[in-house]
Design a protein around this ligand. Structure first.
Ligand code: ADP
Length: 193
């Protein structure tokens, strides 16, 4: 199995790049944000429980997120590997992922962090808001608050994997295919090690 974490601030291009990477490397794309939005749309119990966090751009409590992620990962039979997008977002989630993968006899291979600055992020998300229909994309204050949450609680997940020699930064500014190439180079380099 090959397990990749695609990391970076909101709006850094994780979803776009994840679709291309999962196709090329035959991985399952798991986006916790997409999973939550799907629950919301279906008006499930879980959807109702997480709505207020998504609306404000705040992190959903760990016990809810970790339970959902575990269930999703365990639903695949003989997976070739996973690309995680939007998870883990703090140390508790990273620890939980380590435990789950250990039970499954696998591990995180690599974390790739898309590097994009705050002003570019705000510009991109406001632009995405025109088509995404996401209420958390429409309000500049919520966008900046999501970015601050990333800086404060999420970014240190990079150091967590860096210490294990599993984390790399990739320049996330440029054309989609240019960024995609940078990511593929980083993955191939890691696989050849
Ligand atoms: P973005 O990266 O653009 O903020 P996501 O689609 O990854 O968007 O996440 C949208 C929202 O879903 C987050 O603001 C948060 O409320 C919730 N969410 C997603 N992943 C997690 C997670 N790992 N832990 C807690 N909350 C999460």
């Amino acid at each position: 199995m090959f397990n990749l974490i695609l990391f970076g601030p909101p709006g850094s291009g994780k979803g776009t790049q994840a679709a291309k990477i999962t196709e090329k490397y035959n991985l399952h794309h798991i986006s916790t944000g997409d999973l939550f939005r799907c629950e919301l749309k279906n008006e499930s119990e879980l959807g109702k429980a997480v709505k207020r966090y998504l609306d404000k751009g705040e992190l959903v409590p760990d016990h809810i997120t970790i339970k959902m992620l575990n269930k999703k990962i365990q639903s695949f039979e003989n997976p070739n590997g996973f690309l995680l997008d939007g998870f883990p977002r703090n140390k508790a989630q990273a620890d939980a992922l380590g435990e789950l993968f250990k039970e499954l006899g696998t591990d995180v291979d690599l974390l790739l962090a898309l590097d994009v600055g705050e002003e570019e992020i705000v510009k991109r998300i406001l632009n995405r808001a025109k088509t995404s229909g996401r209420s958390d994309d429409m309000d500049e204050n919520i966008i900046r608050s999501r970015y601050q949450i990333y800086k404060e609680f999420t970014q240190n997940v990079f150091d967590y994997y860096k210490k294990l020699n599993k984390a790399k930064k990739v320049d996330g500014v440029g054309e989609i295919d240019v960024v995609f190439n940078r990511l593929c180079c980083a993955i191939d380099e890691h696989k050849d090690k």
